[in-house]
Design a protein around this ligand. Structure first.
Ligand code: COA
Length: 416
């Protein structure tokens, strides 16, 4: 079973960690992140007003050695949906970076652990992030809480199995319609597990990408004016000669649909654009129903399964009480968590809810794998098969499949 190693090594530098509150400090922190990531441009020089909006509402922490800023972590307040539809406070962790000349000395470890401690103390139930690499965050108790796949649809050959509704569709200005997109995203009545509430800085970044992208962006909404139930935002893949190309492709940036009819209508819109040859959806749920909407599902290439949401439970009692569980009986699960002793111990989880128990455990699960189970990203029997959890028997693992079952796979659909 994987174990956490939260404790810093003895030779880790002594770091002064504190919140970065002023506009200047936040800009400096973002510059450290930019230097660390190497692949992003200097937003502060080119568009200081966008950068200011982007950084205004974060909760960055800086790690200083003798007044020198060595590393940063940032976090945005949001909430995340659980299977069943309830939401809990979620710190959206981002901008994790250490100066290129100070890596591999335990600076990120100290910052990430301090961030988790502070987040729990301020009432966040979970922390969550998107990882630049899958090797970084498991050691801090983050587990993969949703997966995504890439869809590539060959519009020259694909045909819909049903007639998609066209009546409710309306082309809107992709630049001017952000208030409508926000309203639609915020009022989704049936979001999948791991769906996040989107903060102002996240929207600011979408607007920035659209304004400064090299190709045109487009958008369509579904539903009557004022009562829209979905939208599709997409942009054109760069092409040397769009006019004569036989590979004219669009890339879907965002798709929100409140119900199946809205989803069919928005997907159907792509089929009515005869100019197009291909549509790429970079991130869709692994159980997306799109193949079933096609008369010839081989025209949809599904590839690139990858980790999407990484979630770290902070307040396990609050997390478990916000979720309903299935199965035929309560199961006693011993939880390992090196960082938060409050989460450790044996929990009785099942149709009667979740509470600490003195019973002998039927299973032993580390906090990262518990996140995968609670959000419905992995089945207990699969985690057992790969020795990521321990269960007293194969039957207990199968029972746990029912305990944590949910009707749809988790998927957030946004990056940050
Ligand atoms: C990731 C990063 C913050 C780690 O900072 P750091 O201070 O060197 O981290 P620590 O010294 O506390 O821990 C280093 C550990 O992280 C691992 N690690 C760092 N980057 C990694 C990567 N891209 N892939 C896999 N492991 C990585 C190191 O191998 C090391 O593991 P080890 O102790 O088992 O050898 C730093 O490398 C960085 O700024 N990278 C570029 C920006 C980035 O990718 N940020 C994450 C965005 S999600």
């Amino acid at each position: 079973m994987p174990s956490l190693s939260i404790v810093s090594s003895a030779d880790a530098p002594s770091l002064d960690i504190r919140p970065l509150t002023s506009k200047e400090e936040r800009r400096e922190a973002f510059a450290v992140f930019r230097q660390a990531l190497l692949g992003i441009g200097d937003l502060g020089s080119s568009h200081p007003e966008i950068e200011a909006r982007f950084l205004a509402e974060g909760e960055p922490l800086g790690g200083f050695e003798k007044d020198l800023l060595r590393g940063v972590v940032n976090g945005y307040a949001s909430s995340v949906t659980l299977p069943g539809g309830r939401c809990v406070p979620h710190l959206s962790v981002t901008h994790v970076g250490v100066s290129p000349d100070a890596t591999r000395r335990g600076i990120a470890r100290q910052l990430l652990v301090e961030q988790l401690r502070r987040a729990r103390a301020s009432g966040y139930v979970v922390a969550g992030l998107r990882a630049s690499d899958t090797g970084i965050y498991g050691r801090y108790g983050y587990g993969i809480a949703s997966w995504s796949v890439r869809h590539e649809l060959d519009l020259t050959r694909a045909a819909l199995a049903i007639a998609a509704p066209r009546d409710g569709l309306r082309i809107v200005d992709a630049h001017e319609s952000f208030p409508i997109f926000r309203q639609i995203a915020e009022s989704d009545p049936t979001p999948r597990a791991t769906t996040l509430s989107r903060w102002d800085g996240w929207w600011a970044m979408q607007e920035y990408r659209m304004l400064h992208g090299t190709t045109p962006h487009h958008a369509v909404v579904f539903g009557s004016e004022g009562k829209e139930r979905g939208y599709l935002r997409f942009h054109i893949e760069p092409s040397d000669n769009w006019f004569t190309s036989s590979q004219r492709t669009v890339i879907v940036d965002d798709l929100v649909a409140h119900d199946d009819e809205a989803w069919r209508g928005l997907i159907g819109h792509l089929f009515t654009q005869d100019i197009l040859h291909r549509a790429i959806f970079p991130s869709r749920p692994i159980d997306d129903p799109l193949p079933l909407l096609l008369r010839n599902p081989r025209t949809l290439a599904i590839s690139g399964q990858r980790d999407e949401s990484w979630i770290r439970p902070l307040d396990l009692a609050a997390l478990l009480s916000a979720r309903r569980f299935g199965g035929a009986r309560q199961i006693a699960i011993a939880v390992d968590d090196d960082l938060f002793p409050e989460n450790e111990g044996t929990w009785s989880i099942g149709p009667k809810g979740a509470a600490k128990t003195e019973e002998r455990p039927d299973a032993r699960i580390a906090i990262a794998e518990l996140a995968a189970l609670v959000f419905g990203a992995s089945q207990a029997s699969a985690l057992q098969a790969s020795s990521r959890i321990w269960t007293a028997s194969a039957e207990v693992a199968e029972e746990l499949d029912f305990t944590f079952s949910s009707n749809r796979h988790p998927h957030s659909g946004i990056s940050f």
